[in-house]
Design a protein around this ligand. Structure first.
Ligand code: PEP
Ligand code: MG
Length: 563
């Protein structure tokens, strides 16, 4: 094993040290071959061998209950029996696994009983593991306390949702930008990521020690002793800082002069709620609902209602549910179209939903049905024209009436918009007239204001949220919201950026939604601020013309606050 340093994009900050696990991606799909060519005897031998291997792997896992449920799926008459029946009908073992898994996800996913619904997840986890094994590719068995650095070409959203900081110390990826699906999950869970390393799977050897430095965008394979000592020291500092911030989770988020700011967290599903609460968040500032649409087909209305209700019940404060934002950089195979000339400016987000009314109404009805379970705020993303908003209002009313017509009494809920396209920032006062709140998505607002693709490492230099044009659009939106007396918040990455928090406080933001691992640091910054000073600082920043000048000033102010 040779000592090597690889340079990539710093996608999720932090540092991880662990042995490398090489994980080549494999799309979970039918081969497209007509049944009848495979020899059932052979295929049955292959599947039994794969089942035996997986049983042995899972016995080694520490995820006790989950591993137990997955193991029992291997002998379940519907799962195992279904696979064997399909092999007898002429399918290959791999195709039989895909077909059986998809059927069981559809059947269990519809069940009213949550225990049965969970079986959809176990069937999917086991099915995908078997499928990889049949193609000679291993899947890591996650064990708390024995972490690994995952080295991959590309991580699917399904795999990403199973990542946990206790078992994955870092991710090195060949593809995927800072705001790709897996990067969003990794940031939410505090897993360091370096992406854009084109030959990672060739350059790194399975099992060798790796340092994944997600802050500086460097990966060191088989590092020397001095490098290891310095990485361990930095890791210990990160852990110490995390523990110190955890102690802040109790008190309210108020500035030194008593201005209160609601500090919430971004989530991708029910399992992400508790980490937000543990970090001191009091609500969910953005649930990216598209994450529950990542399977092979859209979840039914009942399934969606169950997930939304679950999240509302788990959260003591408000939950902002954003309607599906897919397309552009967030592809969902059965929903979005491939090969658009310019996908980021294409048929995505709200545009797609408005064109697929039945699909959109299903999601809105599910949210309305879940509304009695907590404090629901429904949010429309990617707004770019007034007519869209009128239509959204009509569709919400329609969904509400359809729910009532079934004899269900909806609870109260707010309806708001997301400002992530410059036209919405410029016209926020008009757009807000018929809506209850607004939240800024700086990831998209930056890319559309500066014409710099957020996924393209080649234009990373142009994609910069400290650009004065972005900052002024943020300020303009905040002013419009204040004038309309509607709450204004932020859910993009800038809401997790401690350098930028004083500006947001100075501009009078009411709520901020950060990733769970950043909530403590954001809170610490707010507690140390004086809101009048922050207002002066925001005023100064708004007079500046140069991105670097803004960054330098904000870094300096942050150092003064932390001193
Ligand atoms: C944003 O654009 O800032 C945002 C929060 O949405 P997403 O990152 O999911 O596009
Ligand atoms: Mg967005």
């Amino acid at each position: 094993m040779t000592r090597v340093t690889l340079h990539g994009l710093p996608v999720s900050s932090g540092i991880g040290i662990a042995p490398a696990f090489l994980f080549r991606s494999l799309p979970f799909q039918l081969s497209g071959d007509a049944p009848g060519r495979a020899d059932p005897g052979n295929e049955k031998a292959l599947i039994e061998q794969a089942c035996a291997n997986i049983k042995a792997e899972l016995a080694d896992a520490e995820e006790g209950a989950v591993a137990g449920c997955m193991t029992s799926m291997l002998t379940d008459h519907l799962f195992h029996g279904g696979v064997i029946d399909r092999i007898d009908a002429g399918m290959t073992a791999a195709d039989a696994v895909v077909q059986t898994t998809n059927d069981l996800i559809a059947i269990y996913g519809e069940a009213a009983d949550p225990v049965l619904r969970n079986r959809a997840d176990y069937a999917e986890a086991v099915g995908r593991r078997l499928f990889r094994r049949l193609h000679g590719l291993p899947t890591p068995v996650f064990k708390t306390g024995s972490a690994m650095i995952l080295v991959t070409d590309e991580m699917s959203p399904f795999e990403a949702t199973r990542l946990h900081a206790g078992s994955v110390a870092g991710i090195v990826s060949e593809r995927g930008g800072a705001t790709s699906h897996f990067a969003i999950i990794a940031k939410q869970r505090g897993i360091p990521v370096v992406s854009g390393i084109q030959n990672a799977l060739q350059a790194i050897v399975h099992g060798e020690c790796c340092i994944c430095d997600g802050t500086n965008g460097e990966v060191h394979a088989s590092p020397g002793e001095a490098m290891l000592v310095s990485a361990r020291t930095r890791l210990a500092e990160v852990i110490r800082e995390r523990e110190a911030l955890a102690a802040l989770s109790g008190p309210r988020t108020v500035t030194r002069d008593g201005r209160s700011i609601q500090l919430w967290g971004n989530i991708a599903g029910p399992a992400d709620v508790q980490p937000v609460l543990d970090a001191g968040g009091t609500g969910v500032g953005m649930f990216r609902t598209e994450f529950i649409f990542m399977g092979d087909e859209a979840p039914s209305e009942d399934r969606q209602t169950a997930v939304y209700s679950d999240i509302l019940r788990r959260t003591p404060g408000p939950v902002i549910m954003r309607t599906v934002e897919a397309g552009g950089d967030k592809s969902i195979p059965y929903l979005t179209v491939d090969h658009e000339e310019n996908p980021n400016l294409g048929w995505q987000g709200l545009r797609m939903c408005l064109d697929m009314e039945a699909f959109f109404l299903t999601q809105l009805r599910a949210m309305v049905r879940a509304s009695p379970e907590g404090e629901l705020w429904i949010m429309f993303p990617f707004v770019s024209a007034l007519w869209e908003l009128r239509r959204c209002r009509e569709l919400i009313t329609k969904a509400h009436e359809e729910v009532e017509a079934r004899g269900v009494r909806p609870g109260n809920y707010k309806v708001g918009i997301m400002v992530e396209v410059p036209s919405a920032a410029l016209l926020a006062d008009e757009y807000l007239r018929d809506f209850d709140f607004c939240s800024i998505g700086t990831n998209d607002l930056t890319q559309f204001t500066l014409a710099a693709d957020r996924m393209n490492p080649k234009v990373a230099r142009w994609y910069d949220s400290y650009h004065p044009a972005v900052v002024r659009l943020i300020a303009m939106t905040a002013r419009a919201a204040h004038k309309a007396r509607k709450p204004i918040g932020m859910a993009g990455d800038m809401a997790s950026d401690v350098f930028f928090i004083p500006v947001l406080v100075g501009l009078g933001f009411d709520f901020l939604s950060a990733t769970a691992p950043r909530i403590g640091a954001v809170k610490k910054t707010i507690l140390s601020l004086d809101s009048r000073r922050a207002q002066e600082l925001a005023g100064t920043v708004l007079t500046m013309h140069d991105t670097e000048e803004i960054r330098t000033l904000l870094k300096k102010k942050h150092e003064e606050l932390s001193a």
